[in-house]
Design a protein around this ligand. Structure first.
Ligand code: ADP
Length: 196
């Protein structure tokens, strides 16, 4: 199974990504986590990534591709992946599609999780009071939601045109979101092992 979760900040792609990875027995590749790990490791590259993340700006495409590609290629060889947050721009999507075509591992489905802006903001502010991520601050959250609308939003028509987009309402309890994703996947004839 090769799946992409496309969702604005706060829609629950991390939670759904973990659940789907366990269900389909594939790796969960969270772009934000891999980039945060690289930032933690320090050095000039780490500092550049950390600066973009702290502002709520996207990390430049070439850096993202350099960090993500090895994980994607390795997981593809081991049965697939749930991609969480990559690709997030049209140039990333094009680069990922070219790589996938070259390796014979194109995406089976793209799940678009959507929820109203107020719901996303409230969830992120709740998380801020618990987890303390540097980018979970009211002003940075607003900026991240704008960046999503402008830069990642165009991926919705891009994948719709390719006939692999499943749209799911993320303003529901996590179990219901998972159930709706699974229903959407079975409409595309994609079901977890042992479920039929
Ligand atoms: P969220 O979706 O809540 O913003 P993530 O952990 O997915 O959380 O992403 C956090 C930050 O990591 C983003 O604001 C951005 O700076 C960076 N990032 C993650 N994925 C990408 C990507 N595919 N391209 C560019 N930047 C990314």
């Amino acid at each position: 199974m090769r799946l992409l979760l496309l969702a604005p900040p706060g829609a629950g792609k991390g939670t759904q990504g973990q659940r789907l990875a366990a269900r389909f027995r594939v790796r969960h590749i969270a772009a934000g986590d891999l980039l945060r790990a690289e930032a933690q490791a320090g050095g000039p590259l780490g500092r550049e990534i950390a600066a973009h993340q702290a502002r709520g700006d996207l990390v430049p495409d070439q850096i993202v591709l350099d960090v993500l590609t090895p994980a994607v290629v390795e997981a593809a060889a081991r049965g697939g992946y749930i991609l969480d947050g990559f690709p997030r721009t049209l140039p990333q999507a094009t680069a990922a599609a070219e790589l996938g075509a070259r390796l014979g591992v194109t995406l089976h489905a793209v799940v678009y999780l959507h929820a109203p802006g107020e719901v996303l903001t409230r969830r992120l502010l709740d998380r801020a009071s618990q987890a303390g991520r540097a980018d979970d601050r009211a002003d940075v959250i607003r900026h991240r939601l704008e960046v999503f609308a402008e830069t990642t939003g165009p991926l919705v028509p891009y994948y719709t045109q390719r006939g692999i987009l499943i749209t799911v309402d993320a303003d529901q309890p996590p179990e219901s979101v998972t159930a709706d994703i699974q229903a959407g996947l079975s409409r595309l004839s994609l079901s977890p092992p042992g479920s039929r």
